[in-house]
Ligand binder design. Structure first.
Ligand code: SF4
Length: 88
């Protein structure tokens, strides 16, 4: 088993604009005017969404997170608890 990571998405502060969807459509799609995680395993409520994913998808998810103009996509290393993006 490889390492696991987590997306923590602060949906209430998304401003739309589609950059995450453009970069990583297998992880993001639009839900009206804002983005939503494009995966049935994601936990979702009105303001916040989370998804655990594998190491093979880390660089792609970091790229989408870094592309978000308001940095509402956090990437967490589940093993160490470190927040990989945005850096704290
Ligand atoms: S890039 Fe950020 S602000 Fe833009 S749709 Fe995705 S999550 Fe929302």
């Amino acid at each position: 088993m490889g390492k696991k990571y987590k997306i923590v998405y602060d949906k209430k502060n998304c401003i739309g604009g589609l950059i995450c969807v453009d970069i990583a459509p297998e992880f993001w799609r639009m839900d009206g005017a804002v983005a939503t995680i494009n995966n049935q395993k994601a936990t979702k409520d009105k303001d916040k969404e989370e998804l655990i994913f594998d190491e093979k998808d880390l660089s792609h998810n970091l790229e989408a997170a870094e592309g978000c103009p308001v940095a509402v996509i956090k990437i967490i290393d589940l093993e160490t608890g470190e927040q990989l993006y945005p850096k704290e």
